[in-house]
Design a protein around this ligand. Structure first.
Ligand SMILES: [Zn+2]
Length: 219
């Protein structure tokens, strides 16, 4: 949150790698200052509830109470058929379970001419990862973070976006080297272009340029 942006109603987590969620405690604390009394929904993959609950335990008790008193928090997890629906913890955030429709896409919010959908993308083994499609009126943005591609269901969801944001972490040579040793779970600009040629967004924004990942391929 800042003076330039209104406080958010929702935070969409693409996956739970540390470098993508480490800022949550500070963000929640700041929201308690900036937007007291609001409901904040945090969307994310299975495990998001435990992550948010443990982040709240991680902050010092006075701050924890301050956040709890001022931010009405709901964590909505994007579950699949076999996942158990678990109750909220005593004194913890509220909890929702969302399941995909027959098209393999999760509808996380729909109303007032806006819609948020989540589509599964590939990243690292056993790290469920999503891209989000944000729609308002006729405008549509597909926002992805870490990934190395996606399947037919996501293709359908990402199609015809006005803006597509995707990661191009790897140089072409990096990808070739990493593929031999172990898959990185990230994309080269060529991979992004291949995805965009199917989705056909009006504008493609590349993010997450990186120095070589080297041996550390867990991000
Ligand atoms: Zn990651």
């Amino acid at each position: 949150p800042s003076a330039l942006l209104p406080p958010p109603d929702r935070i969409c987590l693409t996956h739970l790698h540390f470098d993508h969620v480490a800022g949550l405690p500070g963000t929640l604390r700041r929201l308690a200052d900036d937007a007291p009394g609001r409901t904040l929904e945090i969307l994310g993959p299975p495990g998001s509830y435990d992550l948010v609950a443990s982040h709240l335990r991680f902050v010092a008790p006075p701050d924890r109470r301050y956040i709890r008193d001022r931010v009405d928090m709901v964590v909505a997890e994007l579950l699949s058929g076999g996942d158990a629906v678990r109750p909220a913890r005593d004194g913890g955030p509220r909890r929702r379970a969302l399941f995909p429709g027959p098209d393999g896409i999760w509808t996380a919010m729909e109303g007032d001419g806006a819609r948020i959908r989540a589509a599964p993308v590939r990243h690292r083994p056993r790290v469920p990862t999503f891209g989000y499609v944000l729609e308002e009126g006729r405008r549509r943005a597909a926002v992805l973070s870490d990934n190395c591609g996606w399947g037919a269901a996501a293709d359908e969801a990402f199609a015809d976006a006005d803006v597509m944001v995707n990661e191009a972490t790897l140089g072409h040579g990096d990808a070739a080297g990493h593929r031999r040793r172990s898959p990185t779970g990230h994309s080269t600009a060529e991979m992004v272009a291949a995805g965009a040629s199917r989705a056909r967004p009006r504008v493609l924004v590349l993010t997450n340029f990186s120095a070589k990942l080297g041996g550390a391929t867990f991000e």
